[in-house]
Design a protein around this ligand. Structure first.
Ligand code: MLT
Length: 410
């Protein structure tokens, strides 16, 4: 008899985005003439820019030439990309991160889930509510939680409610967690964290010997110079944080796949008897065993983001999506919605009207005006009554969707 990993049986329904996809497909099949506008999953719509494509082509050509062909690459990523990251994303911001603390990967979704493997199952995890579902679901899969209670909360997870009352910024928890997931700019609420907020968390983690798993996948959308792009801009963070970054939203790599994770040399966890154990070598051990790296042409394409032309093109791309976010914010506010986020972030978080639940609002938008967003309750119980719009759509579709929303009656 083969026994499955019973932790999977604790998970609730399907993963949020496939569930949305299923509902939309059903609607589309029943209504083939409808022009459906998708602003649900945060998937980019603009193509890779010319500097990136040029480098991508060069990488492919090199693979077709005997003298430049490459087989297995370094599991941690090629030096040229890790050096470019260390210089441009960190050194130029006054943060000392060395290339050997950077692990190139195929996505932050995978890394934020896989990282749990190197930490024992006795650890208590803290997550925000609402939250990017991957942190919660992979915590359940890893066996660190109990069962899901009828209120939607799993036993053994510390939930940190984020609501209008606290400006969607989590407060320090009463129960001490070992691992703390933070994501800024936030998915789903579009909130950003100031230096003061991050300092509070870093100090808390130091005092409690906790580790912060900091998802900065949306840092490129920060335009306000006072907002930190990296948790490592905060003094002491290198001893208590791991940072996840991605080229997905920054440069349109959702289909191309390239991201990176930073684990500082000084980051320590502990063995059962309380002896410090460096975390980086464990992740290195995990990656070299289970991962063969990102393909050479993709890493070459990613490195082009740091060229002069690449930086300019990426900036234009980000501005395009940020302008979308502003259009969404303004039109929803003009239609009488309470709107949050969408500045320094690509997600707009909106309160439904007439006390509609998140899924009721989803169905209303899909059925009446053929616009798809993401129900807030899919991100956790505290997301109930909210809805997320992604700004990663074509401009034409954004304006069309906003015009349609003006016609809704409640
Ligand atoms: C989202 O819509 O929350 C994201 O696209 C999901 C992801 O990046 O995996």
């Amino acid at each position: 008899m083969t026994i499955i990993n019973e932790n999977y049986l604790k998970l609730r329904a399907g993963y949020l985005f496939p569930e949305i996809g299923r509902r939309v497909r059903e609607f589309a099949a029943a209504n083939p003439d409808k022009d459906i506008i998708r602003m649900g999953i945060g998937d980019v719509t603009q193509p890779l820019s010319s500097a990136i494509i040029k480098a991508f082509h060069e990488g492919v050509e090199e693979m077709g030439n005997k003298s430049t062909f490459k087989g297995y690459g370094p599991e941690q990523g090629y030096d040229f990309l890790r050096e470019a990251i260390a210089t441009n994303d960190y050194k130029l911001r006054g943060v000392e991160i060395s290339a050997d603390e950077i692990f190139v990967s195929d996505g932050s979704k995978c890394d934020t889930g896989n990282i749990q493997e190197i930490f024992g199952n006795v650890n208590i995890i803290a997550i925000c509510d609402p939250v990017y579902p991957v942190y919660a679901d992979t915590t359940v899969m890893s066996g660190k939680t109990g069962i899901c209670q009828p209120n939607g909360y799993f036993d053994n997870i510390v939930y940190m409610p984020c609501n209008e009352g606290n400006g969607f910024i989590p407060e320090l928890p009463d129960t001490r967690p070992d691992l703390i997931f933070l994501c800024f700019p936030n998915n789903p609420t579009g909130t950003v964290a100031t230096k003061e907020v991050l300092k509070l968390w870093v100090d808390y983690a130091i005092a409690n010997k906790s580790i912060i798993l900091y998802d900065a996948a949306y840092e490129a959308f920060i335009t306000d110079p006072s907002i930190p792009h990296s948790i490592f801009e905060i003094d002491g963070a290198k001893s208590v944080a791991i940072e996840f970054r991605s080229f997905s939203k920054t440069a349109g790599f959702t289909g191309t796949r390239c991201a990176f994770t930073v684990i500082p040399n000084e980051l320590m966890a502990y063995d059962k008897t309380g002896n410090p154990v460096a975390v980086k070598p464990l992740w290195m051990r995990r990656q070299t065993t289970k991962f063969n790296g990102v393909s050479y042409p993709v890493q070459k394409a990613a490195a082009a983001i740091y060229s002069e032309q690449g930086k300019k093109e990426v900036k234009e791309l980000i501005s395009y999506y940020l302008e979308n976010a502003e259009i969404i914010r303004e039109s929803l506010a003009a239609s009488g919605f309470q709107v949050f986020g969408g500045r320094n972030a690509p997600y707009v978080w909106v309160k439904t009207k007439n006390n509609l639940t998140s899924w009721e609002f989803f169905d209303k938008l899909l059925n009446e005006i053929n616009v798809v967003g993401t129900p807030g309750s899919g991100f956790g119980p505290a997301g109930e009554g909210y809805f997320r719009f992604s700004a990663f759509a074509d401009r034409e579709n954004v304006t069309k969707a906003m015009d349609r929303i003006k016609l809704l009656s409640f």
